[in-house]
Design a binder for this molecule. Structure first.
Ligand SMILES: Nc1nc(O)c(N)c(N[C@@H]2O[C@H](COP(=O)(O)O)[C@@H](O)[C@H]2O)n1
Length: 155
């Protein structure tokens, strides 16, 4: 039977290292982020100066910082000065690029491939996309497809 691994920040390694809270550095479009959570929470702000305050954060500090945003009212997220409707296809493309960038972090890539063929879940996540910048499906589908790609390139 295929094992299921539930991703959250306090899970033992390697699963905890797949949480967006984990301190994996990566760069997207020339912006260095200390964690995926920092990038995701920065999407919630249209002001580049406010976004820049978030990039260096990790874990719950990054997530809490995002609570100052009112993005839920507008359903609009921001990257590189451009507005992304939350339910739009372009936002999905932005998430794809973000996870592709994260896959360049070796510690993340090693942790992800160490999960083998396990089904990845995220039971703590919010499934309604109008209430979160990343649903469990959006996270886990990207992690599992990235794992396939990493495997294919190292085979
Ligand atoms: N631990 C945890 N608690 C929640 O309530 C969550 N929604 C999540 N999901 C993660 O939170 C990030 C998205 O933040 P918002 O839901 O937009 O505030 C992202 O990292 C999800 O994977 N996790």
């Amino acid at each position: 039977m295929t094992p299921t691994l539930d991703i959250w920040s306090k899970a033992p390694s390697p699963v905890g290292l797949l949480s967006n809270f984990a301190p994996h550095r990566f760069e997207l479009d020339g912006v260095e982020c200390a964690s995926m959570e920092a990038l995701l929470q920065a999407f919630k702000f249209g002001d580049p100066d406010e976004q820049a305050e978030i990039y260096s954060l990790v874990g719950s500090r990054a997530k809490s910082r995002g609570r100052r945003s009112t993005w839920v009212d507008t359903q609009t997220l921001w990257w590189a000065g451009r507005a992304y409707p939350r339910l739009g296809r372009q936002y999905q493309g932005l998430l794809d690029r973000a996870y592709a960038a994260l896959a360049g972090n070796r510690r993340f890539a090693v942790a992800l491939t160490a999960t083998g063929d396990a089904e990845l879940t995220h039971s703590r996540g919010q499934p309604d996309p109008t209430m979160t910048v990343l649903t469990p499906d959006e996270l886990c589908s990207r992690l599992m497809s990235t794992r396939e790609r990493l495997r294919a390139t190292t085979a």
